[in-house]
Ligand binder design. Structure first.
Ligand code: BG6
Length: 490
């Protein structure tokens, strides 16, 4: 097969894609022989390009095979072609190179195109793949694209229309790297392979669900993009809603890509729409001020290089979401995400209903609810908070946590395969389970659109929060209004 990488001299290729391909190669998961063709605007010889790939692996690969011979064999698969995405002749040259390599290696015309480029080029590249003949293969073809997929409902639909004129939906693999995280992938096993959990995974037993993705980093060097996007487009429309779908979906008829995506779509269809008027009561937006994180002083968002000093961009969003179906009606799902928060943590906390309160109240004891805590990153961990008598404290009932660490999966110190490794592998074998289907993307934009409009029209306050905190107080109020609190904030 042929793997064509647009944006091969870019940062993502260097940090993630080449190391991922190399690790797959070491695991013998990269089909052999394979032709890998990198594309970029600059001029490079095949050799220069192979050197760049090697350098990236030496710097970023999670492991290295010290046998230089093996690395040589791997690099031998790489070729480079200069390409200006708007120049149709360049696509013809690319087609010649692809065919030449197919003949040399005697491989089938199975072609995968990975667009690791700025989103504004997605449509033009897809159309050129179609028009140049690159997409007219005797074998299969696939397209993989990075986010963002549009910047609102309308642009997402326009983009999809163009992509679908060149590729079938089954051929399009939309990356959401959160779906590549081992613990997000593990959610389906937790829910569906454990009868104990499955039987309580519903409104009868669950009081609320809290999904957090907090970061300590600020806008870094990406102000140009981020100041136009905000947390709502950068994290909520994609990663947060994907985690929500994975948590709330029902047991699929079969555990396969189409059934799982079907169930995820049903979750999105059941989300109660937020009207522009509701936004004020259901959504909290914030922006970070200066502060201190891990002992280091950091500037406020408006003082970051490249940010408009009068910017209204949200660097924090929290939301209360209702899923109006028989499984979840009445159970609030809270999501929150922000930059420059107190800690880097992606986690899902499921709070169970607490019907035992009265029983122990006579004893003057308050019993904490049971919690299922799923840590997605940086650690991968599942823990269950139960109540237990503490013999060291007069037999008082206190919460204890039972931990199931998944760190064992870093067997023999080699580390867990990274999200990109898993996703590229799935792309290679054509498994789309952990990629976003167009319907999921469209429904996510549909749900988010009134929020975008309300932000745009300034219909709700932009709360400031100091760097190094858990975000604005209003995000706590959102839970307090229903008698809850964010768990694990310390
Ligand atoms: C990206 C966002 O999609 O996800 C970034 O564009 C964010 O702004 C990143 O920092 C977070 O990913 P992770 O894997 O570090 O949680």
């Amino acid at each position: 097969m042929t793997f064509v990488l647009f944006g091969a001299t870019g940062d993502l290729a260097k940090r993630k894609i080449f190391p991922a391909l190399y690790n797959l190669y070491l695991d013998q998961k990269l089909p052999q022989p394979i032709s890998i063709i990198g594309l970029g605007r600059g001029t490079l010889t095949h050799n220069d390009f192979q050197e760049k790939v090697k350098e990236s692996i030496l710097t970023f690969s999670r492991r290295l095979e010290h046998d230089a011979g093996e690395m040589g064999d791997f690099l031998e698969a790489f070729r480079y072609n200069t390409l200006d995405v708007n120049n149709t002749e360049d696509y013809q040259k690319l087609l010649q190179l692809v065919k030449q390599r197919e003949a040399e290696l005697q491989i089938k015309e199975n072609r995968m195109f990975y667009l690791s480029v700025a989103p504004k080029f997605f449509d033009i590249i897809a159309l050129n793949i179609r028009d140049s003949g690159l997409g007219a293969t005797n074998g299969w073809k696939r397209l993989m694209i990075e986010k963002p997929f549009g910047r609102d409902l309308q642009t997402a639909r326009q983009l999809n229309k163009k992509l679908s004129s060149a590729f079938e939906e089954e051929e399009i693999f939309r990356i959401d790297h959160y779906l590549g995280k081992p613990m997000v992938q593990n959610l389906e096993a937790l829910e569906f392979a454990n009868p104990v959990l499955q039987s309580i995974w519903n409104r009868e037993h669950i009081a609320n669900v809290q999904i957090t993705a907090s970061e300590t980093v600020g806008v870094e060097t990406r102000a140009g993009y981020y100041d136009q996007a905000g947390a709502i487009r950068d994290m909520v429309q994609n990663h947060m809603l994907q985690m929500l779908m994975m948590t709330a979906m029902n047991l699929p008829k079969k555990i396969n890509a189409s059934e799982i995506r079907n169930e995820k779509r049903k979750v999105m269809e059941a989300l109660r729409p937020v009207t522009k008027e509701d936004v004020q009561t259901q959504i909290v937006r914030g922006q970070y001020l200066s502060g201190e994180i891990n002992g280091q002083k950091v500037p406020g968002y408006k003082d970051e290089p490249g940010v408009d000093p009068s910017s209204n961009t949200d660097t924090f969003v929290a939301a209360r979401i209702w899923i109006d179906n028989p499984f979840w009606s009445g159970v609030p799902f809270y999501i929150r995400t922000g930059k420059r928060m107190k800690e880097k943590s992606t986690r899902i906390v499921i709070e169970f209903k607490n019907s035992l309160d009265l029983h122990y109240i006579n004893d003057n004891q308050k019993v904490e609810p049971n919690l299922l805590i799923i840590e997605i990153s940086p650690g991968e961990n599942v823990s269950l908070q139960l109540n237990s008598k503490n013999p060291m404290n007069n037999g008082k009932i206190e919460p204890v946590r039972i931990n199931f660490s998944c760190e064992d999966s870093s067997r023999n110190g080699l580390g867990v395969p990274e999200a990109y490794e898993r996703l590229i592998y799935d792309f290679l074998i054509g498994n789309s389970t952990f990629f976003a289907h167009w319907k999921e993307v469209e429904l996510s934009w549909e749900w988010v659109q009134p929020i975008l409009d309300a932000f745009e029209e300034n219909l709700l306050p932009l709360h400031e929060y100091s760097s190094g905190t858990y975000g604005p107080d209003a995000a706590n109020t959102l839970l307090l209004e229903n008698g809850f609190k964010w768990w694990l904030d310390e």
